[in-house]
Design a binder for this molecule. Structure first.
Ligand SMILES: C[S@@+](CC[C@H](N)C(=O)[O-])C[C@H]1O[C@@H](n2cnc3c(N)ncnc32)[C@H](O)[C@@H]1O
Length: 329
């Protein structure tokens, strides 16, 4: 990237996130065009600010503006699939990225006086799931038998609810350390009409693995899943090797583990030399937070050493992201 594209990319990412939060891309997807005057009036927006945002998006090539009428260009239509990354990066991690120098100097520390926006991170993950990952998981789980499904680091329990809803007679448990996420999960479950069938539980998975905490019904789990959370479980180097054996022990009846995560991109990769969306931000954000990441090979070797048999590693929608389908052997 030269300085022009670097600077413009930064502004453009903020513009795309702003327009997404205002519902512009959703409306353009459904109605194809938007009248700026009517849109500002309906949504109580400052018309000068909104017009400036639209004008910036036009100069970046995302919108086509004729008078007050706005339409998406072809790149403006394409970006809809990737908006989750902007929600994640701009909405969730803006403070972390902007604080790189104080973090490097040790003046600020993630989790102490520097925080991400957890809600935006969760929303971005959910948007990326809907746009890029959902169909891959559905295909994979179609061939797997289960009666009790457990999701670790389940966020708002959207996935576990959707999968249980699609398989009548099954049950689900969504475990997350975040109290607000677990409370939102109760709404998700109610929205699916699954109260009493899917149980959101607020707990630290590390307590389940290492401190003997038991979850009601957890011992019945026959399939255990986790999405974009494995690197958190493996963060402490001294316990890393133990995580996979402890997962098998904590869920003794589980025959299948579906574990998905983004990996470190291979630096010697062949191809057109283009850097894909997301990977650079994912890697830098975790370095700034002090959370180590892993290559695909490191994950695969860790599973095998921990006594799980890798059935396959399925590319999972986002760059360098894989769904590891594992049998408890
Ligand atoms: C990147 S989000 C992924 C959420 C969801 N699985 C998804 O893919 O959309 C990671 C989630 O793990 C949760 N989490 C982090 N550490 C945890 C722990 N030790 N025990 C349980 N949940 C944890 C966070 O609260 C967050 O909801």
């Amino acid at each position: 990237m030269n300085p022009d594209t670097a600077f413009n990319g930064y502004i453009c990412a903020n513009v795309l996130h702003g327009l997404e939060r205002l519902g512009v891309f959703e409306l353009l997807r459904d109605e194809k065009s938007l009248d700026m005057d009517r849109f500002c009036e309906t949504n109580g927006l400052d018309s000068a600010v909104f017009r400036a945002l639209v004008g910036a998006a036009e100069s970046f090539g995302y919108l086509d503006v004729r008078g007050a009428q706005v339409r998406a260009t072809s790149v403006g239509e394409d970006v809809a699939r990737y908006l989750g990354f902007f929600t994640w990066g701009v909405g969730g991690y803006h403070d972390i990225f902007a604080s790189a120098a104080p973090v490097a100097r040790g003046e600020r520390r993630f989790g102490v006086d520097l925080h991400r926006d957890e809600g935006m991170v969760a929303l971005g993950s959910a948007q990326a799931d809907t746009a890029l990952m959902r169909h891959i998981l559905d295909e994979e789980i179609a061939g797997i038998d289960f009666r009790t499904l457990v999701d670790l680091g389940a966020g708002v329990s959207e996935r576990v609810s959707r999968l249980v809803k699609a398989r009548p007679g099954t049950r689900g448990i969504g475990i997350d350390i975040s109290r607000p996420a677990t409370e939102l999960a109760r709404d998700t479950v109610a929205g699916y009409g699954l109260a009493g069938t899917v149980e959101p539980v607020c707990a630290d998975v590390l307590d389940i693995l290492f401190n003997g905490q038991e979850i009601d019904g957890g011992d019945a789990a026959d399939v255990v899943m986790s999405f974009m959370f494995l690197h958190d479980l493996l963060a402490a180097p001294e316990r890393r090797e133990e995580v996979v054996p402890r997962l098998r022990k904590a869920f003794p009846r589980a025959h299948t583990f579906l574990l998905a995560d983004t990996t470190i991109r291979p630096r010697n990769e062949e191809g057109d030399g283009r850097l894909p969306v997301f990977s650079s931000g994912f890697e830098l954000a975790h370095a700034l937070m002090g959370v180590p990441l892993h290559t695909r090979e490191e994950y695969e070797e860790l599973f095998e050493r921990g006594g799980m048999k890798l059935r396959r590693s399925v590319p999972f929608g986002a760059p360098h992201t894989y769904l590891f389908v594992l049998e408890a052997s």
